[in-house]
Structure formats: C-alpha cells, structure tokens
Design a protein around this ligand. Structure first.
Ligand SMILES: CC(C)(COP(=O)(O)OP(=O)(O)OC[C@H]1O[C@@H](n2cnc3c(N)ncnc32)[C@H](O)[C@@H]1OP(=O)(O)O)[C@@H](O)C(=O)NCCC(=O)NCCS
Length: 321
C-alpha cells in the first residue's frame, strides 16, 4: 500500500517582532488582556520587501533540505494563502518559476483561509497515494498583518506573518492515515475579507479582515470536538493512541479545550502562538516544525492536525510521523 509521508518540514519568520508591549503604545490594549484572552505575547510582522512568495520560497527550501530532495523531485506545488502575491497567476506558479520546474501542477488555495494547509495536504495526499505524483510541496504562507485594520484592537492583536512547508513523499510505510475536510457556508459572515470583485473596488475600505470573535470561538470548539471523534473513528483509534495535537494557532483557550477533549497534557500540544500569534494557514506547519526541530516530536509519533477558518472551513489529518 502507498502512503504519503512527511519527508521534511521548513519555516520562515520575518525578523521584525512586535510585542504586546509595543501595541500598548499605539492602541487601547494591554499585554495582560492579550495574554489572558489569547495566549499571544508577540508576533512577527513582515517588512515591505517580504511577500507570500519570498516567505514560501524560504520555507520550501528548508523543507526540501530536510527531506534531502531538490526542486526537480517535486511533482506538485500547493500554496495555501489568503494574501497571495497577485490574484493570479498563483503564488505557486511564481514559486515554480523560481525553482525552474515548469510542467508540474502548481496552484494556490486562497479561500480556505486558516484551514487551507489541511486542505492542501489532503489534496496532495490523494495524488501521492494514487501514484500520480511522488513528491509534493505543500506550503502555508501568510501576510495576515497586511489585511488587518490596525485601528481595530479586537482583530489586529491576533495575527502574525510567516510561512511553513511540508515535503510529502510516497512511502510504503504509514504516514498520512486519513484527512477529513468540511465546510459550512451558513457561517460565511463570521470571518471574512470583504474585497468584492463583483463591483467597483473600494480597496481601502474592503481590505480588512472582519471577524465575530466570540461566535467563532464557540463554533470552533464545537466543530473541532466532533472532528476529533470522526477522525479517530475512521481509523479505529482511541484518544490514547494520539501522541501529539498540532492545532491551528488561533487562541490558547480553544487549544486547551481541544487538548482536554483528546485527554492530552499541554506538553503534548504544539504551541507557537505565544511567539508567532495566528499566522492563518501557516500556523500548523510552523507549530509542527518547531517541535520537530527541538527533537520533541520523533519519527513514529501519532499526530492529530486540525485547522479551521473563514468559510467556515475546517479539517483534520491523522499522521504517523
Ligand atoms: C477575539 C477574542 C480574543 C476576543 O475575546 P473575548 O473574550 O471574546 O472578548 P470580547 O470580544 O467579548 O470583548 C470583551 C471586551 O474586551 C474588549 N477588547 C477587545 N479587544 C481588546 C484588546 N485588544 N484589548 C483590550 N480590550 C479589548 C472589547 O471591546 C470588549 O469590551 P466591552 O466588554 O467593554 O465591550 C476571542 O473571541 C477569540 O479568540 N475568538 C476566536 C477568534 C479566532 O479563532 N480567530 C481566528 C480564526 S482562524
């Protein structure tokens, strides 16, 4: 049987760091409020010359180094991003050009928001398992800080920039065991970026992320709870079979509720939001790479990945690392 396995991971974070104390100086907020409500202490904020493309390239090169492969070994590029280099062509096509590997499929997942990375690995997994391709690059690259309203203290404190990448490759040994994707457009008004190309653009008014934080919080806890049950049942597994939770990094209180659901202690949960905030579709690979590089996550560990975001869209992946 053919599986897709994580062959390597990589990340990129802008050097520029903005702490909660920095934000205290520019808006009506406090370090204490932000930490208590979210768990976030600081975030990386890209400089003008950093883009979804440049960050994706850096993360992808690191992931390919870790996997011991070169761009010529890549059979598909998927970039999950809500902040692409251009509306089109895709950031993935621009990256393909940089790697000089014309020919392989390359596309962005722009509208799956913070669930985009899980959607990306699910698609790549299908292609690898069917034997159509051998290796895929799946990347989350986000400049979330460019689409928040820095005058809205309820949203701007939550987000950061960065990129994370996986090289997935075919293997005879178990890797990705299953992926589970869902969406419910009923909740399209809970989190959205209102740029509307169906009418003349008013970009300065529309290019801000809009969120009903409280409602989203409750929805997230509810859908993720059911998602874990579904994922474990599909693999005939128990909670105790899961070694690590790799959650989307939106809010420490949501993550704690999910750890409790899986009966996992917090030292078995990959956390990066304290230092990186919510980096949207980059948050899952960023959190996983951190634990792999620290040596805490080891080959053979059973990983539960989950993501949710605008749409609503959400999904999970159960992976033997
Ligand atoms: C955004 C979030 C942290 C807000 O926390 P909350 O406990 O729901 O707080 P509320 O929105 O109810 O606001 C409580 C109060 O804090 C205030 N407040 C909001 N942001 C603040 C800030 N940065 N600093 C200080 N006070 C703030 C509000 O104005 C409100 O004041 P009021 O009671 O006088 O009206 C929380 O709802 C959340 O994380 N939701 C999920 C978001 C998410 O998952 N997003 C990403 C999905 S991909």
């Amino acid at each position: 049987m053919t599986y897709s396995k994580i062959l390597g991971t990589g990340t990129y974070l802008p050097d520029n760091v903005v702490t909660n104390f920095d934000l205290e100086k520019t808006m009506d907020t406090t370090n204490e409020w932000i930490i208590q409500r979210t768990g976030i202490k600081q975030r990386h904020v890209a400089r003008d010359d950093e883009t979804a493309l440049s960050m994706a390239e850096a993360a992808a090169r690191q992931a390919m180094d870790a996997a011991g492969i070169t761009p010529n070994d890549i059979g598909m590029i998927i970039i999950a991003t809500t902040t692409p280099q251009k509306m089109f062509p895709s950031t993935a096509c621009l990256l393909q050009q940089r790697f000089a590997i014309a020919g392989c499929p390359a596309f962005d997942l722009n509208s799956t928001a913070c669930a985009g990375f899980i959607y990306g690995i699910s698609i790549a997994d299908m292609y690898i398992r069917s034997g159509k391709i051998k290796n895929a690059l799946v990347i989350g690259s986000e400049l979330a800080t460019r689409v928040v309203d820095w005058n809205d203290r309820a949203t701007c404190i939550l987000f950061g920039d960065g990129a994370g990448a996986f090289v997935l490759g075919s293997s005879d040994e178990p890797g990705i065991l299953s992926t589970h994707l869902h969406a419910d457009g009923t909740y399209n008004d809970v989190l959205f970026l209102p740029v509307n190309i169906g009418k003349p653009l008013e970009v300065e008014k529309e290019l801000f992320l809009t969120m009903k934080g409280n409602k989203l919080f409750k929805l997230a806890v509810n859908i993720l709870d059911k998602l874990f049950d579904e994922t474990l049942a599909a693999n005939h597994m128990k909670k105790s079979d899961v070694d690590w939770l790799i959650p989307h990094q939106a809010n420490i209180r949501i993550i704690e509720a999910m750890a409790k659901k899986l009966e996992l202690p917090m030292d078995r949960v990959a956390i990066s939001l304290d230092e990186q905030a919510n980096t949207s579709s980059a948050s899952i690979p960023l959190a996983l790479d951190k634990e792999i590089r620290s040596g805490r996550i080891k080959r053979g560990d059973m990983l539960m990945l989950e993501g949710f975001g605008g749409g609503l869209a959400w999904g999970s992946a159960l992976i033997k690392y």
